[in-house]
Design a protein around this ligand. Structure first.
Ligand code: ADP
Ligand code: MG
Length: 403
């Protein structure tokens, strides 16, 4: 833990992670649903172990193979969750707990679910809607990753008695490139995304941010946002498959070091439920106005470009990464770019009828896995100055004591 470069330089780096920490890609395969079973729509996915996935019967048309008929395609990831995996397995084995630990240490982190509509993104992050109706049972096995992460986070903070933590949470939706506050639904106006010189990242202006002293406060944010999202969904068809949601937990910690110096760190966790990945193609479909077509999934397309560029070491050096081209990528830039940590959960259906989208998701996930960067903790320059001044004061005091 070095304070060496904390004044003067623009990047007030105080701690570095490993390149291996920067992105973790896992795949979750949902069970066949009742409709697929009824339609004799078989599973084409199998699991040879070691994070591998086999997709059977891929035709030349969609798989781009050699013209000799259906093939089996193979992919490998950090972890693969089979249809029998539980919600608790996803928290424990996805790398999410490590991500939470890093956020507590001051890193910007993001966990996002990617996949076609109906592949299990919302189920994985938040669980079924019944959990947001009234008085959900905290021990319900269907609680998703967000709920479980909150529990884990509070457990972690309880064990760190020497550190003072302040938690704040916000919950927003991006629909048609407009940012809507899910905690302030009365506000009909979309919010602006702006650049903050101070924190060197983008932020949403006037976004409602709730102080969360207790676990229940965080859970209330989740429930309130989910209810407001569901209400919006009734007003418009396909709403939830076209919108992205970001629930953010900001974690500020203040700790007094042995030499009396206080260190303040700002970490965060973004939980992102993305629009259905099939939308990137539907964007060009008929019956849309130009603006709608351009906006429907600009965010998802730009995220794809950013991931493609970040994952190609040659391009990454030469070309700029187009974070600024969409609302979603602006807000995730600090986690995706050099200084953050990301968990991608690629959600897929096992059914034969979904093979095209399943292959697209698996390829996208394979590409994301190649991203390498070095996460860093960034301190606000003013904060860094205070730390240095406090350190100097402490040093003078020690000197005095020895005179
Ligand atoms: P998405 O958010 O990707 O559109 P959902 O999470 O809404 O998809 O999932 C679609 C349906 O499949 C829901 O009824 C959900 O409860 C069910 N489902 C998804 N994943 C699982 C799973 N792992 N186990 C059981 N049911 C699941
Ligand atoms: Mg969903």
């Amino acid at each position: 833990f070095s304070l060496g470069s904390s004044t003067g330089s623009l990047n007030n780096t105080v701690a570095e992670g490993n390149a291996d920490d920067s992105i973790n890609v896992v795949v979750r395969v949902r069970p066949l649903n009742a409709k697929e079973i009824q339609n004799n729509d078989p599973s084409i996915i199998s699991f040879p172990g070691n994070g591998q996935i086999l997709v059977e019967g891929v035709s030349d048309r969609i798989g781009g193979t050699d013209g000799n008929g259906p093939k089996t395609k193979q992919f490998a990831y950090n972890i693969v969750f089979e249809p029998g995996a539980t919600q608790s397995d996803v928290l424990m084995y996805s790398g999410m707990t490590k991500l939470i630990q890093m956020a507590v240490e001051g890193f910007s982190t993001t966990a996002f679910c990617y996949g076609q509509t109906g592949s299990g993104k919302t189920h994985t992050l938040t669980g079924p809607p019944k959990l947001f109706e009234k008085n959900p049972d905290p021990s319900d096995p269907e609680h998703g990753l967000v709920f479980r992460s909150f529990m884990y986070l509070f457990q972690l903070l309880k064990d760190k008695r020497d550190v003072h933590f302040v938690l704040k949470a916000s919950f927003l939706e991006i629909y048609n490139e407009k940012v809507i506050d899910l905690l302030n639904p009365g506000l009909r106006k979309p919010l602006a995304v702006r650049w903050s010189k101070k924190s060197r990242s983008f932020f949403v202006e006037n976004l409602f941010t709730v102080d969360c002293e207790e676990l229940d406060d965080l859970l209330a944010v989740l429930e309130e946002g989910m209810r407001n999202r569901a209400m919006g969904a009734h007003m418009m068809n396909e709403h939830s498959s076209r919108s992205h949601t970001i629930l953010t937990v900001h974690i500020t910690s203040e700790q007094q070091m042995e030499n009396g110096v206080f260190i303040t760190k700002q970490g965060k966790i973004n939980f992102v439920d993305l629009a259905g990945s099939e939308m990137t193609k539907k964007t060009h479909s008929e019956g849309k106005t130009l603006e709608e077509a351009n906006n429907i999934n600009k965010s998802l397309m730009v995220l794809g470009y950013c991931i493609a560029k970040l994952s190609d070491p040659k391009k990454k050096e030469k070309e700029h990464i187009p974070y600024r081209d969409s609302k979603l990528t602006k807000l995730l830039a600090d986690s995706l770019a050099g200084n953050g940590v990301t968990l991608m959960i690629a959600c897929i259906s096992p059914a034969k009828s979904n093979v095209t989208e399943t292959l697209n998701t698996l390829r996208y996930a394979a590409r994301a896995k190649r991203i390498k960067s070095k996460p860093i903790v960034v301190m606000d320059p003013r904060e860094a100055l205070i730390v240095t001044l406090k350190r100097e004061v402490a040093a003078l005091q020690t000197e005095n004591e020895h005179l």
